[in-house]
Design a protein around this ligand. Sequence first.
Ligand SMILES: Nc1ncnc2c1ncn2[C@@H]1O[C@H](COP(=O)(O)OP(=O)(O)OP(=O)(O)O)[C@@H](O)[C@H]1O
Length: 957
Amino acid sequence: MLQQVDDQGSGSDDQSRASFREDLQEFLGREAPLHQLDDLTKVNPVTLETVLRCLQARYMVDTFYTNAGCTLVALNPFKPVRQLYTPELMREYHTAPQPQRLKPHIFTLAEQTYRNVKSLIEPVNQSIVVSGESGAGKTWTSRCLMKFYAVVAAAPTSWESPRIAERIEQRILNSNPVMEAFGNACTLRNNNSSRFGKFIQLQLNRAQQMTGAEVQTYLLEKTRVACQASSERNFHIFYQICKGASEDERLQWHLPKGATFSWLPNPERTLEEDCFEVTREAMLHLGIDTLTQNNIFKVLAGLLHLGNVHFADSEDEAQPCQLMHDAKCSLRTSASLLRLREDMLLETVQIRTIRAGRQQQVFQKPCSRAECDTRRDCLAKVVYARLFDWLVSVINSSICADPDSWTAFIGLLDVYGFESFPDNSLEQLCINYANEKLQQHFVVHYLRAQQEEYTLEGLEWSFVNYQDNQTCLDLIEGSPISVCSLLNEECRLNRPSSAAQLQTRIESALATSPCLGHNKLSQEPSFIVVHYAGPVRYLTAGLVEKNKDPVPPELIELLQQSQDPLLTVLFPPQPKEKTQEEPSGQSRAPALTVVSKFKASLEQLLLVLHSTTPHYIRCIKPNSQGQPQTFLQEEVLSQLEACGLVETIHISAAGFPIRVSHQNFVERYSLLRRLRSHTPSGRHSLCAARGRAGQLLCPEEATLQTVLQDLLHALPALTRRAVTPADPLHCGKTKVFMTESMLELLEDGRARVLEQCARCIQCGWRRHQHRKRERQRRAAVLIQAAIRSWLTRRHIQRLHTAATVIKRAWQKWRVRMACLASEELDGMEEKPMFPVPSSLSSSPLPPAQARLQGAIIRLWPLGLVLANAAVGVRGFQRKLVVCACLQLPLGKPSNYSVTTAQDQTGIMSIRALPQGSIKFHCRKSPLRYADICPKPSPYSVTGFNQILLESHRPVHV
Ligand SMILES: Nc1ncnc2c1ncn2[C@@H]1O[C@H](COP(=O)(O)OP(=O)(O)OP(=O)(O)O)[C@@H](O)[C@H]1O
């Protein structure tokens, strides 16, 4: 733009302009680079120029998608950009919490549409209208959208039928190559131009899984079968069978290599669309078996041969035109391929049957050469058109789901783009009419409806002037007089009229329409329609005939007699085939013309579109040569103007694209009243809202309006600032209007509240679990304590019993021992003196000594007692006393010992033999009696020891 400003500037202004440019550049340098602007509404100011520059900047850095408010602008890259359509990327957009935050893409729009179905906000059904010029990328875009839904909305493969689940999406995708092969052709503008309109309904069940689809087609350009503009081609399928057939098939279908066909122009050009195998494979997946496929291709080959049947002019009008010399063979081949009788085929094409009079008398009239050609072409067109419709019905029966199995749909509309050639005819009129209708739908939906709704809802709104195409539509389809009605009138009257006459009639009848123009320089009779996308000149020649689209009944009758299985299906025998060519004046019903049929189907389509939430993708062609990295400003500019994009951007930027009914708004966002504020002001507002919410708990008392007001009061808690009138949310009379950003904010808040609730539920559950565990623990402790105390009691009881037993036994034993001891002692006393050891017996003691010894024996315990006395003698003295008491021999000390080692240990008892050593029993010993005479001496007392001293208190020696 700066460059352009420079170019236009005069030399004198150069300096000031340069400084201005520097200023501007410096200013713009601080702005975000144009290519980084994801939304054209952010371009400032929104003008065609700035929008254009932004798109160009993005295109040059390979960024092909840009938002334009409610529309997505898609620039055709004209080169494969694989990473842009990978399943991974699809999943990324699908799983993103806010896909609109990601880079603009058709997947953003597709995902948004998909989520709309999920959210169930009315209208649940969605539609995506893909529009743009021929070659702008509509078909490509629809294909990508279908792939996206096939990935994200695929039903999970079940164990029982994994293949069936796979098949549905695969079949839906397979419908594309088949329909493109039969319905697309190479034109001047696009190598793969759709020659029919398509509305595909992707059917989703309650779980938002794709269960099926249904295709509806509009106005196939069947004339292409028999007539192609120079440098254009016939439908792809004809080239595919000629190039891709095997040798066997060539023989079968009479398609030898190098054969030329009049209806197959430019066969040397090979396109990537000429892939026969892909079509066959897809047909197979759709349930069209090889046999049927062969039948289809055989019929198509028959049509190609029919195209080579040329007639020579007849000199005599009463005689039918003769075949050209090389046409006989073609006729024969065609008849054999179509399984018709050769003579009948020729006769039907050559001779016209006329029914006239009340009796419907039949007359036969040979046709002129031109008429023969028309009838031949008509035969081919009717066969191809019925074949195409049959294919669509087969595809539908293969992919369509049971009506009970789906609840919502996403419709994809891919219609032929706006067309304007040097010479345009009825086909272009219909195509452009459809585009006008869609443009109007867009205008009505987004522009006019938006503004009118704001007014109705009491919102302040500064109206934007937008391009309304209603006047153009009135010219084409209006009532009572329009181009269509005039054409239909001509067909109804069936009067012979020249092209010039038709032009005059149109011009005079519609002279008041501002959209009707006339090119005075034009050689041929024509009229101009100023469409929203630009003026188009239509030739009047042949318009009425094309509109009638007459199919002579004898042609249908001929085809009904075919032996070919496919043709039998396409032309079932009927008592009387109804055609449009009723004898004049016989039928009062209005003739079903091409235009009226097309109008009816368009209205049907628009009814469906109106019942859905529409989304728009505007495809833009950066250049008409199909070159990558080439952005021709003028071409793009005309497309931007034509689609009214700038007005859209303007309104979308300033308006409220989101509108929700009060009811739905309250239903979805009433939980926001629970939101806790973090700011003092917010808390205040929230408290106020809560105060009222208390009253609102009773639904009878609370009106929708008050709930809504409460919600609006709770909003500061969400936005963390006071809601002002300038905020992007307005409450109308029946709806709440808001911007995308506000919707995001609300959704954010909703998610927060739901999170809080989830946390609350989690806490409650955890508390409950904790309490339960505590109770269980306490019960377990109680049980354990009871068991332990029982075990302890039992153990003590057992110990007690055992102790009692031991005690009793001990006591018994003690008593017994005591008895034994006393018995022994008693016995000792009564017994005579110890037997004298043998060493002593040789010299018996004298009686006095013996008595002394006895005395000693009796006295030593007394000595011991003395020695043991607590007070009194100690240490050596004590030993002496002991020795004295015991009358120990005073000889060698080795003969005896007095042990006093037990000084510290208390002595419980002393047992001794007077003649032997004495041992003291220490208190710790379990034995109170012990054999204290380890080495028996001659003086030892045999038998049990004697208790000399027994004390409960230890005696210290
Ligand atoms: N996103 C894309 N990436 C790569 N190439 C594309 C893309 N979109 C379109 N094209 C190219 O542009 C060509 C024309 O696209 P397409 O057939 O979709 O146009 P169209 O708008 O459907 O035209 P028509 O109205 O004539 O059917 C395609 O054959 C393809 O080569």
